[in-house]
Design a protein around this ligand. Structure first.
Ligand code: ING
Length: 309
């Protein structure tokens, strides 16, 4: 459509990263994905959660410093500089998920958004941390994210970038409607989300068969109810024996899936996102200022859990 604001986005899905894969080999894969995305016209490439390493919260180590090598100390760094350099050379921006160990010793699950000129727009810290805090030896594999990461104290931001308003969330965040709404109330037009989702959900295996359905359900609903594009990007396949969901996708403000990965390997999917499409929803059905009723929504921020009235 003439005059509309478009951004061509690639979801750079990854297959497994095994424990023994070193960062230089992984970064080489990320650069290959960048080249494929650039060949297909992408201006922005979105990588998965914890893209640089295997999903290490599947193991529990008593001495957490034995896990320090899974974390980055800074971004960029020596291992990731080749990606930053090549992206800047090609004039392509990207969003990269990784574990961050701060100088203060605090541990975060983060995504960093980089503009086409190589400048860092923002680093988002994961808000909703799933799984468990302590070792659960009876599990077939751990999901000890609450041991390895702190929850963000900031929640969700939206930043001017790529000609629009861009927000970020990570994995479990996509299951919570609050994630989308907090960004929707900041006028978000494009939400970038990496994920690592085991197919087998230990607390309730009946959900295993529904992982793909739930993945699409939450991102389609979040996109539609907030009139925003959503890009969900998996690290999938069998990683250290754990089968993980692929099904990366790009979802329009209508809730329609406009592109979806077909494999659980490294795979690029691309869509040209018309950011002016958002107002078809935020300017009508979901005109928040006209139709929302915050005066009756008090429980949403005053309560954490259920209070039976
Ligand atoms: N992983 C999972 C996610 O929210 C999970 C945790 C797995 C929740 C399976 C429900 C079912 O997709 C991360 N990393 O948040």
């Amino acid at each position: 459509m003439p005059g509309s604001r478009t951004v061509t986005v690639a979801a750079a899905q990854m297959g497994p990263v095994q424990r023994s894969d070193d960062r230089s080999a992984v970064v080489a894969r990320l650069v290959d994905l960048l080249h494929e995305a650039h060949r297909r016209g992408a201006e922005l490439v979105v990588y998965p959660e914890l893209a640089l390493t295997t999903f290490f919260p599947r193991w529990f180590v008593e001495d957490i410093t034995a896990a320090d090598h899974w974390y980055e100390r800074s971004m960029p760094n020596a291992a990731t500089q080749p990606l930053f350099d090549e992206a800047r050379r090609l004039g392509v921006g990207f969003c990269l998920g990784y574990a961050l160990l701060g100088e203060d010793g605090r541990r975060w699950n983060v995504q960093t958004l980089v503009e086409r000129d190589g400048s860092i727009v923002a680093t988002y810290r994961k808000t909703h941390i799933p799984g468990h805090e302590h070792h659960e030896p009876d599990r077939p594999f751990q999901h000890a994210e609450r041991y390895y990461f702190e929850p963000s104290p900031d929640g969700f931001g939206v930043w001017p970038a790529f000609g629009g308003r861009v927000g970020m969330m990570i994995c479990n965040d996509r299951r919570w409607p609050e994630s989308y709404r907090v960004m929707g109330l900041q006028g978000v037009e494009l939400i970038l989300c990496g994920y690592n989702t085991p197919i087998h959900y230990v607390p309730d295996p009946s959900q295993d068969i529904l992982q793909g359905f739930h993945n699409a359900l939450v991102m389609q609903a979040g996109a539609y109810q907030n009139g925003t594009w959503v890009v969900g990007v998996a690290k999938g396949g069998v990683e250290e024996g754990v089968d993980s969901l692929g099904q990366s996708m790009i979802v329009a403000p209508s809730g329609q899936i406009v592109a979806q990965a077909l494999t659980t390997d490294d795979e690029v999917i691309v869509a040209t996102c018309d950011l002016d499409w958002c107002t078809r929803y935020t300017g009508t059905l979901f005109d928040f200022d006209r139709y929302r009723r915050p005066e009756v929504y008090g429980r949403i921020t005053s309560q954490r859990g259920v209070i039976l009235s």
